[in-house]
Write a protein that binds this ligand. Structure first.
Ligand SMILES: [Zn+2]
Length: 85
């Protein structure tokens, strides 16, 4: 049974050593508003999901503000819950 099980070879796996910095801290933005859609759109994926802190490089304070702001904008239908292809 186990004959056909091959070891999975990881391809194109680069180590994630690059340390990202919070873009909002850099620009001196203290509060993120739910009306600021153009800024919030940068922190969503193509499908409309919120990008994680690990990928975007935000600090904990700003990531919480962004997630709350995106959820508020979704309720007010300023931003989509899901973008279908
Ligand atoms: Zn920050």
């Amino acid at each position: 049974m186990a004959v056909f099980q091959k070891k999975r070879v990881k391809k194109n796996k680069k180590p994630y050593n690059k340390k990202l910095s919070c873009s909002l801290c850099k620009n001196g933005i203290s509060n993120v508003s739910y009306l600021d859609i153009y800024r919030l759109k940068r922190f969503t994926s193509r499908k409309g999901k919120i990008i994680s802190r690990f990928k975007s490089g935000n600090c904990a304070k700003h990531q919480k503000q962004i997630s709350v702001a995106i959820k508020r904008a979704r309720v007010l239908s300023l931003m989509p819950y899901l973008i279908k292809d």
